[in-house]
Design a protein around this ligand. Structure first.
Ligand code: AVJ
Length: 320
């Protein structure tokens, strides 16, 4: 028997070393964009956890209630002894609400942030000593392949938090299709999806009064300064987040508040007052829209749970 806090660690892909290239490329375009996966350095992961505790940011709280409320229904759909695979597992907090009901054979958290992943995996292994934990440090937006999953084992992908919202819809289809390929036909996906709703609620969720989301957004510039020898002036950029109803998404930007030149490792980038760096999109779906998207990816909807105000949805899907 293994000792508590034991888990297996796999380093599937080097931690995205493309940060440098993606920042230089992203800042060189006329509409500047840096992918949101780069928010999650150590400080960014901590800030994200704090966002989840803000009163305006409802998704985490509601999803947690849904997971607790429907854990046994979920377990009945998944069956005994499955593999639970969680892409982008972060602090592995949400799966805790399922483990006792689900009793999976193996839990496989996947995350890009290796230090964070190791800590989270150790905590889970410690708190659930009967559970076999295989942590994989990998960039889930690159190719997903998990060679150590035995072919005949049923697996349930767990993708909570509406992280799917970060993908543009076609990329979301492609990503879900990758998940379907990993679980194989008959494999399941339990996924949290934030719903379309009143713009005021959405705008508030991404503009919390304590400024944690602003700090999370601005931390990206700090990370560039730290890791890529940049000289962004944190005071000269402002957090800007709003619901773009035409595109059905929250957009987060960093807006230059003056004309300025920024250097990153010898490259120079000129900003006028009001120029933006687009740092994140967070798509919102109706239940119907999301089910249509999932079908395109090869999943058929089994069940969907929502809260009484229809703010957030939890979908159970099966790969065809
Ligand atoms: C982790 C992508 C689901 O879009 O709500 C929260 C990230 N950004 N506040 C989201 C986020 C700003 C979050 N996801």
């Amino acid at each position: 028997m293994r000792t508590a806090a034991d888990y297996t660690f796999h380093h599937a892909a080097p931690e995205a070393d493309d940060f440098y290239q993606e920042v230089i490329d992203g800042l060189s375009q006329s509409s500047r964009f840096i992918p949101p996966k780069y928010f999650y350095d150590h400080a960014g992961s901590r800030l994200f956890e704090s966002i989840c505790e803000q009163p305006e940011y409802y998704p985490t709280r509601i999803e947690t209630v849904l997971l607790q409320q429907y854990a046994s229904e979920i377990a009945a759909l998944a069956g005994d002894g499955c593999y639970v695979i969680e892409p982008g597992s972060g602090s592995c907090e949400k799966v805790r609400f399922l483990l006792d009901a689900l009793r999976p054979a193996v839990y496989v958290p996947l995350d890009i942030s290796c230090t964070h992943l190791k800590k989270a995996a150790a905590c889970i292994a410690n708190d659930f000593p009967w559970l076999d934990v295989h942590a994989v440090c990998t960039d889930i937006t690159a190719e997903l392949s998990l060679p150590f999953i035995p072919e005949k084992t049923r697996s349930m992908m767990f993708y909570p938090g509406s992280s799917i919202g970060n993908f543009d819809p076609q990329d979301a289809v492609d990503f879900l299709a990758c998940l379907a390929k990993v679980t194989g036909s008959g494999g399941d996906l339990l996924i949290g999806v934030d719903l379309k709703k009143d713009k005021g609620i959405l705008d508030a969720a991404y503009n919390d009064a304590s400024g944690v989301t602003a700090a999370f957004n601005l931390n990206l510039l700090q990370r560039i300064n730290r890791e890529l020898v940049g000289d962004f002036d944190m005071e000269a950029f402002a957090h800007h987040a709003f619901y773009n109803s035409a595109r059905g998404r929250i957009e987060m930007h960093l807006i230059s508040d003056r004309k300025q030149t920024v250097r990153v490792d010898g490259h120079t980038f000129d900003f006028n007052a009001g120029d933006s760096i687009h740092t994140e999109s967070s798509y919102k779906y109706t239940i119907y829209e999301f089910q249509a998207l999932a079908r395109q990816a090869g999943f058929s909807p089994c069940k969907v749970w929502t809260d009484s105000k229809d703010l957030f949805s939890l979908h159970y899907l099966r790969a065809v």
